[in-house]
Design a binder for this molecule. Structure first.
Ligand code: OOG
Ligand code: NI
Length: 267
């Protein structure tokens, strides 16, 4: 499958489970904007069957190369980003939860998910259209959430794109991320204000903001429950002293962007 087709499929799933996506695209296209993606992000668990390398496979086969790695000690996460020589293709940011650093009841709950993966490496994510490839109880969701909201999000949603990110540099009707944030807030969207709405600065060559994930109804083995779903992100990049655009990510900012799916942000 071509990379563009894969991205289109990921977008279709993302917009279906995240009503903000179409609303924000419409808000901008009504102003005459075209939308370019800066990056798409996925979450996963550190495991040979579904870890970063496995999720990156379809992208690497399509010409993506590793661009950087990031550590999040407190959240027990590790991440890498991948980029393509075609600058119009979005970067891919994939993080994984370091399972070995959690308690055995926590790891047992994760194993109840992993045990449902198809045998012999037949897992096809993130090509799967629905994202989640396992059944889970709400009790396990709550158990995981106590130690890691990242883990409970994964249990509920799996391998759909966690967020798409609009590349703000390519917008013509807003001249700063602040202006875009103001437009979003005026239009009724809640932004993740953890550490301030704008994460990063021109000094680190990247500014980012994101919406608060919308709450969506998800099926659990014991019936549907409402849980935080996906969010939308906005990124403005700045050129490095050598004149080349900064293509990486900033761990200190990303740490707060992760919290866009935290329940504490729900109004
Ligand atoms: C990823 C959060 C980090 C960024 O652009 O720094 C991130 C996530 O929530 O899975 O996307
Ligand atoms: Ni992101």
């Amino acid at each position: 499958m071509s990379i563009q087709l894969l991205i289109n499929q990921l977008w279709d799933t993302y917009r279906r489970i995240n009503p903000q996506a179409d609303q924000i695209v419409k808000l901008l296209t009504d102003r005459g904007e075209g939308i370019q993606n800066d990056h798409i992000a996925f979450r996963t668990f550190q495991d040979p069957q579904i870890g970063i390398e496995r999720l990156a496979k379809p992208f690497v086969e399509g010409g993506y190369v590793e661009g950087g790695e990031y550590h999040f000690e407190e959240k027990k996460l590790y991440a890498k980003h991948f980029q393509h020589r075609d600058p119009t293709l979005p970067k891919i940011f994939i993080s994984e939860l370091i399972l070995g650093e959690f308690s055995s009841p926590f790891q047992d709950a994760i194993n109840r998910l992993l045990d449902q993966l198809p045998p012999n490496g037949e897992f096809h994510g993130p090509l799967c259209t629905e994202g989640r490839v396992w059944e889970t109880t709400f009790a396990d969701y709550e158990l995981l959430k106590k130690d890691s909201e990242y883990a409970s999000w994964m249990a509920a949603h799996g391998f759909c794109a966690n967020h798409f990110t609009i590349y703000v540099n390519e917008l013509s009707t807003v001249s700063s991320l602040q202006e875009l944030n103001d437009l979003l807030i005026t239009s009724g969207f809640a932004l993740n204000q953890e550490g301030g709405a704008i994460k990063g600065s021109p000094e680190v060559f990247l500014e980012q903001s994101s919406t608060v994930a919308s709450v969506v109804e998800v099926p659990f083995s014991d019936g549907p429950h409402k849980v935080p779903g996906c969010y939308y992100e906005f990124a403005r990049r700045y050129p490095l002293p050598n004149g080349k655009m900064f293509e990486g990510f900033v761990a200190k900012s990303a740490d707060k962007i992760f919290e866009s799916t935290d329940e504490k942000l729900q109004r």
